[in-house]
Design a protein around this ligand. Structure first.
Ligand code: SF4
Length: 443
């Protein structure tokens, strides 16, 4: 006889396990191993004249695994392992750079993400970037973006990051309260945030971004308000705020499962949205402008985010390293997600690919539309010119529904999201998917 007491039904706004953030289209669950052959064809094609090229380098190493992390990260690798990994990414880049799609092109933007790119030593970073530049020169790049964990950023490291050409340094602060940082498994503490920020300012990076998460475990009203105040005191060029989600492969989810809980031990969605709304209002009062559903910038004329904007406008992106994502001539693909398998494929001279998806022009149009909706404003002329599509007509039913809810306004030239629409934009985008892609399984 089963005597277990059934878990209470979750309230509508509860944070349940799963991904809510829409980062690409069609959803990853439709990408397949069978379509890997499409990547070869894409890389062997000629580039579309004028198409921008980006380079993404994935560093999958961290000091510690955060409890909310859903990325494939390694916390047990030594300097030799890291060097072997960096060597493999250079082999991968050399092979890609020789393909017709890439040959002769220069990256318009470069992004170092992770994991923790700032986990690399100064020597590793300098050698890696020198080798990358020798293969694909960065002299035409408008932006070199780099993610840093505050506790890894000593003065010499920051000087090296500046020296290799980084223009946008993003600090993974997440929270200013030491207890919240600790309980969520972050490696750094607030003291390291203030020191790293001061040092980064002294290096005069063109742009410093601070990442925050609204609704971490044990977040409170008072702590969140303090988070906003501390952020505004530092006056970074850009502030990015994510609403906490709890994907299945996180430590938090594993604990929920072991305890038979359906609802994650974090604030509900309505509260997280309100916190971001309050943060956006406070940032606006302090002179910031809201630039997307997640970002506020101090000077919108000067502070761009080229990686995001180009990616959301269909640029080619070469992703290097384990689990990285690419987009080549209309084909999405992701690299192998285990470091051993990635090494083996690169050593064998193969493309280290796990899954791929060739998009149709219609899917590319939908992809760009939903991603640009996250900016809070979509220019209809762009879609008419690039895809020959009248968005207002193509999506009349969906836009009519969202307009009735007060989430969007449609004019002859633009779709504009209201603040409430922007704060829940990821939940509005599924309506625009083709029917075969409307699934609850996003990853
Ligand atoms: S620092 Fe980022 S990538 Fe590393 S474990 Fe934490 S959330 Fe994951």
């Amino acid at each position: 006889m089963n005597t277990a007491i059934p878990a209470p039904a979750p309230a509508k706004s509860s944070t349940l396990a799963g991904n809510y953030f829409v980062s690409n289209y069609p959803p990853f669950s439709f990408w397949s191993e069978e379509q890997k052959v499409e990547v070869e064809m894409a890389l062997n094609s000629e580039p579309v004249p004028g198409a921008k090229l980006g380079l993404y380098h994935h560093i999958p190493f961290c000091r510690k695994r955060c409890h909310f992390c859903y990325f494939r990260v390694y916390t047990d690798k030594n300097a030799k392992d890291i060097q072997a990994y960096l060597d493999a990414t250079i082999t991968e880049l050399k092979s890609l750079a020789a393909r017709p799609l890439i040959r002769g092109r220069k990256p318009h933007f470069v992004y170092f993400g992770g994991g923790t790119p700032s986990y690399l030593s100064t020597k590793q970073l300098t050698e890696l970037t020198d080798r990358m530049k020798a293969i694909l020169p960065w002299d035409a790049a408008e932006e070199i973006a780099f993610e840093g964990e505050p506790g890894t950023l000593n003065a010499a490291k920051l000087a090296a990051i500046k020296q290799v050409g980084v223009t946008r340094l993003s600090l993974g602060v997440e929270h200013f309260d030491d207890h919240v940082l600790e309980i969520n498994g972050r490696a750094h503490r607030s003291g390291e945030v203030y020191t790293a920020y001061e040092r980064a300012r002294a290096e005069q990076f063109s742009q410093i971004n601070i990442d925050l998460i609204a609704g971490m475990v044990e977040e409170t009203e008072a702590l969140w308000q303090r988070n906003i105040e501390e952020t505004i005191k530092l006056r970074p060029d850009s502030v990015t705020i994510y609403q906490m989600e709890v994907p299945y492969n996180t430590t938090i989810y594993k604990e929920m499962k072991a305890e038979g809980k359906l609802v994650a031990p974090v604030a509900d969605w309505a509260t997280k949205r309100r916190w971001v709304k309050e943060a956006f209002a406070a940032l606006e009062s302090a002179g910031y402008t809201i630039a997307s559903g997640y970002t506020a910038v101090l000077d919108p004329k000067r502070t761009k985010f080229v990686y995001r904007d180009e990616l959301w406008s269909g640029a080619d992106l070469l992703g290097l390293g384990v689990a990285s994502f690419s987009h080549a001539a209309g084909v999405h693909y992701q690299n192998l997600t285990e470091i051993e398998a990635y090494h083996a494929a690169v050593a064998a001279g193969e493309l280290p690919i796990k899954r791929a998806f060739r998009t149709t022009p219609e899917e590319r149009m939908i992809r760009e539309f939903i991603l640009q909706m996250k900016l809070g404003r979509v220019e209809l002329g762009y879609f008419q010119e690039k895809f020959g599509v009248d968005i207002a007509q193509r999506f009349a039913a969906q836009l009519g529904h969202l307009a009735a809810e007060g989430f969007v306004t449609v004019t002859p030239t633009q779709v504009t999201l209201s603040r409430d629409g922007l704060l829940c934009v990821d939940t509005l985008l599924h309506e625009f998917f083709l029917s075969q892609h409307r699934t609850t399984k996003i990853v």
